[in-house]
Write a protein that binds this ligand. Structure first.
Ligand SMILES: Nc1ncnc2c1ncn2[C@@H]1O[C@H](COP(=O)(O)OP(=O)(O)OP(=O)(O)O)[C@@H](O)[C@H]1O
Length: 306
């Protein structure tokens, strides 16, 4: 879907993207990074709206340097900033943008009604958008990105400004776009935890550099250690934790379990834990991979404690 090679973008002294090589496939891809990491800059380059300082990028096989209009015909874009005219209804707005994308009037009206219903704007769609809540505005922005039935959508911070319940709704919508509508999605967020729930693949940018790009499952596996639970309550848990620490494993209690941080020898650790539990005469309830969180990637020392 998307490929970049040594993509670099400088604004004067600021290097917003540094020699970025990424590849984005089908499904939902999360683009994660703190504010200023370069997410919006990358999206604008991919849409052919910004010319990169050096390097190349292609979207759906089209070169961003020369084929911006073709890319924008095939791609939907939900910008981060507030860009809705306040004195227009969502219905008129989405119909208008559908027509701008080349849909005949009747088709644009039908598609707009369908898509507004899908994103959860019903009766409100006839009201002027100036009076909308942030959640309704985000839905209207999402609807205009989808009205022309794109093959790929760029969603720039779709959960920005939403309360927790509205965030969950928006993330479910993002997931449905990828899974049910079959549209590839590139979605950005500075909140790492929310993207791990909806993305098949995650790309992490840090100060314009690629920090990591991998399947979400690998990410979670990579950042996680082991969870060990034994019979005997807190006393047994602490006894085990102390014995594992003596055996050279970094671990800590979390609720009823002992969390063992990612070991240097992942194959030997299972045997070591099993033998330690047996030597202590404790009953092993479970020994399983700890599905870490994307946040762990950014914690100093990977979030481990001695
Ligand atoms: N037009 C511009 N002129 C000068 N500097 C810019 C411009 N656009 C972006 N930058 C700078 O480039 C860097 C990356 O910005 P960008 O907006 O891409 O980050 P982001 O990850 O999308 O963050 P945010 O979520 O805050 O938008 C920042 O340091 C920003 O200040």
């Amino acid at each position: 879907m998307i490929e970049t090679r040594a993509l670099t973008m400088r604004f004067g002294q600021i290097e917003a993207l540094t020699s970025l090589d990424i590849a984005v496939g089908d499904g939902v891809t999360g683009l994660v990074g703190a504010n200023g990491a370069g997410k919006s800059t990358l999206i604008k380059i991919l849409l052919g709206l910004l010319e990169p300082t050096s390097g190349t990028a292609s979207v759906l096989g089209h070169d961003v340097a020369t084929q911006g209009p073709e890319i924008r015909r095939l791609v939907g874009y939900m910008p981060e900033h507030d860009c809705l005219p306040p004195d227009v209804s969502a219905s008129d707005f989405v119909v208008h943008l559908g027509r701008m994308s080349g849909l005949p009037a009747t088709v644009a009206r039908e598609r707009a009604a369908d898509i507004l219903r899908h994103v959860g704007l019903d009766e409100e769609r006839y009201r002027q958008m100036g009076g909308y809540s942030t959640g309704m505005k985000q839905r209207a922005k999402l609807a205009q990105a989808l009205v022309h039935d794109p093959r790929l959508v760029f969603l720039d911070e779709p959960t920005n400004g939403l309360d927790p319940a509205a965030r969950v709704d928006m993330l479910q919508l993002v997931q449905r776009i990828g899974r049910d509508f079959g549209i590839a999605v590139l979605v950005t967020s500075h909140l790492l935890g929310e993207l791990e729930k909806v993305s098949d693949h995650v790309i992490v940018l840090d100060g314009g550099h690629l920090l990591r790009s991998s399947a979400t499952a690998d990410f979670l596996h990579h950042t996680g250690g082991l969870l060990v639970e034994v019979l005997g309550g807190d006393a047994a848990r602490d006894q085990l934790g102390e014995a594992l620490a003596r055996a050279g494993l970094a671990c800590r209690p979390r609720g009823a379990v002992v969390v063992v941080d990612p070991p240097s020898d992942p194959l030997a650790v299972h045997d070591l834990v099993r033998d330690t539990v047996a030597d202590l005469g404790l009953g092993l309830v479970r020994l399983q991979a700890d599905q870490g969180h994307l946040e762990d990637v950014f914690l100093p020392g990977g979030g481990t404690h001695g």
